[in-house]
Write a new protein. Structure first.
Lengths: 112, 111
């Protein structure tokens, strides 16, 4: 079964600073990868998904971007953070032969 | 557009008091309805996948059922360790690969 790593676990950043969150997956090859954001007490909002290296689909226009430089690495970035970027960011993975989606431990981002 | 609505938003039970959580959905070509458990500050933990009306899945004190319009998560004789937020999600057809989530039900089980 796959294992999803995310870092950092928590991050406090000033408005206008850059962002880089990393997600790596073990135990599966060529997975579909996803970035979600969860606001306090809310459901999960899909931000980006990727079906392969260099292939990124964006679900909502925003201040963020994503990249997939390697098969099992997914990066979420921003050039200039906004207060509204605060939230809990989750990376998820679906193996090619399965339907279930599994989540990493998340990164808590606070923008001040 | 796929939509998922969960109710109630919050539920407080006494230990041993059975109840059900509701997930209503609209989706074009259901390719799976998923239940997750999420503890505070953690990522969601996968519980069940249901694919067709009438299907049921069980795990310990939890039982998930599915109709054409909604799913129920039945909790039998809950314990305090069942306290968590329970999330429901659907995957539709038309090539969409991601899940659409409801906002969850926060369950608190008191000893």
């Amino acid at each position: 079964s796959q294992t999803i790593h995310q870092w950092p676990a928590t991050l406090v950043q000033p408005v206008g600073s850059p962002l880089s969150l990393e997600c790596t997956v073990e135990g599966t090859s060529n997975p579909n990868l996803y970035w979600y954001r969860q606001a306090a007490g809310r459901g999960l909002q899909l931000l980006f998904y990727s079906v392969g290296i260099g292939q990124i689909s964006s679900e909502v226009p925003q201040n963020l971007s994503a990249s997939r430089p390697q098969d099992r690495q997914f990066i979420l970035s921003s050039k200039k953070l906004l207060l509204s970027d605060s939230g809990f960011y989750l990376c998820a993975c679906t193996a090619r032969s399965y339907n279930e989606q599994f989540f990493g431990p998340g990164t808590r981002l606070t923008v001040l | 557009e796929d939509q998922v609505t969960q109710s109630p938003e919050a539920l407080r039970l006494q230990e041993g008091e059975s109840s059900s959580l509701n997930c209503s959905y609209t989706v074009s070509g259901l390719r799976g309805l998923f239940w997750y458990r999420q503890d505070p500050g953690k990522g969601p933990e996968f519980l069940f996948t249901l694919y067709s009306a009438g299907e049921e899945k069980e795990k310990e004190r939890l039982k998930a059922t599915l109709t054409k319009k909604e799913s129920f998560l039945h909790i039998t004789a809950p314990k305090p360790e069942d306290s968590a937020t329970y999330l429901c999600a659907v995957r539709g057809g038309a090539g969409r690969r991601a899940l659409t989530f409801g906002s969850g039900t926060r369950l608190q089980v008191q000893p």
